[in-house]
Design a protein around this ligand. Structure first.
Ligand code: PLP
Length: 461
């Protein structure tokens, strides 16, 4: 039997997953430019990114290795900046935040969102001006809020009544008056190709507009002498591929703004529509370009405000994944190639769910290839797995790798720039990988690899 024929109806049918694996791609060595970083090329068979070959990267820095294409990252940041020229673009630091990344963001003219004291520390250490930082979080501690106010962050996004009290008291004590946005929930929840719009919100973030909670938050912030209410914030989801969810959310928020204007006589000047713009993890994904998104969001808000006779607020967006995701790849070394007869081949690499939890957590799909050489061997239905003590430690469920794959080969997983390093763990006491930035033919370590000393550093016995 061919290794890539799907043996439906064969003796294995009852133990195969119900979803059919995809058909093999025509060319196992072709790099889809939507999935791989902008500077990714096959040079003499080997993958190069930023002009540097993966074999050299692996030999110099070890594996697993996160490789960030600096030009790709900066280019996407610039595209958002340009598309939203009349708006604020905040890079959502939770996608990936290192000092180098924070500097790239700042140099490209974007602002930066953080959602913890730790992220704030990294942003400030990188020299990002505090007034260009927005501080998120549904449970910011008093210490985090104090640090944010002392540093002078540009916006605090308020998420609860407790926080209004807490932040108000801290600001009063410090003689400050931070600018705040109120995070509202619109009942719109968007994921990938679908969104749901409900009247109520059963989730931990923000204040529901439908229940009156958001209106109450507005009243309380307006009554807090040490808080300056400048606008509203709404974030509807992640990995979104069309603007219809934003459209419903923007319409609902604008109506709410109208209500605030009519009942409280207050005009709020800013409307932050959050992040969540999708990227291509596989060739099947078709993300929107920033210009289309900008045009659509701006016109929705403008139209709604004009209809309501309201001044158009200044819009902000917060892309994280859409900037960091496609710029990064993870390079692994193959350790074992195990044929589970008649079903598929399990290819184990030297990392796994500790450097990419997304497949296990969300069932995410990824693209991966043999990158240390080219191969014209026949495609072999494979599953790329890690080295952790979990059978769910899967990086790519179904993919085709060349049948001559062997231990020592390097494979790379594309589009791992966002939510992989930032969610990495030390599970099974695996040291976290290094991250290098590549550009113009050279590589530079931006986060060094953890070593076994690091693993023992916090363990004080
Ligand atoms: C996660 C998050 C973002 C970024 O989401 P992406 O999917 O990475 O674009 C932006 N804003 C808020 C409030 C978030 O929670």
């Amino acid at each position: 039997m061919s290794r890539y024929a799907h043996p439906a109806g064969s003796r294995h049918a009852e133990i195969l997953p119900e979803d059919n694996p995809p058909l093999p791609p025509e060319d196992l060595n072709a790099l889809d430019p939507r999935v791989w970083p902008a500077t990714a090329r096959r040079t003499g068979g080997e993958l190069t990114v930023g002009g540097v070959g993966v074999r050299e990267l692996a030999a110099t820095h070890g594996t697993p290795l996160f490789v960030m294409d600096e030009e790709d990252f900066r280019g996407r940041a610039r595209d958002y900046r340009t598309a939203f020229s009349d708006a604020d673009v905040y890079y959502a630091g939770k996608a990936l935040l290192t000092k180098a990344v924070a500097r790239w963001v700042n140099e490209e003219g974007l602002k930066l969102d953080v959602c913890s004291g730790g992220e704030l520390t990294v942003a400030l250490a990188a020299g990002v001006p505090a007034e260009r930082i927005g501080m998120h979080g549904n449970n910011k501690s008093a210490a985090e809020l104090r640090r944010a106010v002392e540093a002078g962050v540009g916006r605090v996004i308020i998420d609860s009544l407790d926080e209004i009290e807490r932040l108000g008291a801290i600001a009063a004590e410090l003689g400050a008056r931070p600018k705040v946005l109120i995070r509202v929930t619109t009942g719109v929840e968007a994921h990938t190709h679908e969104f749901v719009a409900t009247a109520h919100d059963d989730q931990k973030f923000g204040f529901a507009m439908s229940t009156g909670a958001a209106a109450e938050a507005v009243r309380r912030v307006l009554a807090a002498p040490h808080l300056e209410l400048v606008g509203l914030h709404s974030h509807i989801g992640s990995q979104i591929f069309d603007t219809s969810g934003f459209e419903v959310a923007a319409r609902r928020v604008t109506r709410f703004l109208t209500g605030v204007h009519e009942e409280l006589g207050v005009t709020l000047a800013e409307l932050d529509l959050g992040g969540g713009l999708g990227i291509a993890y596989t060739s099947g994904d078709d993300p929107l370009d920033p210009k289309t998104i900008a045009g659509s969001l701006t016109s929705i808000v403008r139209r709604e405000c004009e209809e309501a006779g309201l001044p158009v607020p200044r819009i902000a967006v917060e892309p994280g994944r859409a900037i960091a995701g496609p710029a990064g790849i993870t390079v692994y070394e193959v350790g074992t190639v195990k044929d589970v007869e008649g079903i598929r081949t399990y290819v184990s690499v030297d990392g796994g769910m500790s450097d990419n939890i997304r497949t296990a957590l969300y069932g995410s799909e990824y693209t991966s290839q043999l990158v240390s050489r080219e191969s014209d061997a026949e495609p072999m239905l494979s599953r790329l797995v890690g080295k952790h003590c979990e059978s769910g430690d899967i990086i790519v469920h179904d993919l085709y790798l060349p049948a001559d794959l062997r231990p020592g080969d390097l494979v790379a997983v594309a589009a791992t720039g966002a939510y992989c390093y930032s969610m990495a763990s030390n599970y099974n006491h695996l040291p976290r990988p290094a991250m290098v930035a590549v550009r113009g033919g050279s590589s530079r370590v931006i986060v060094r690899r953890e070593n076994e000393e690091d693993l023992l550093r916090l363990d004080v016995g």
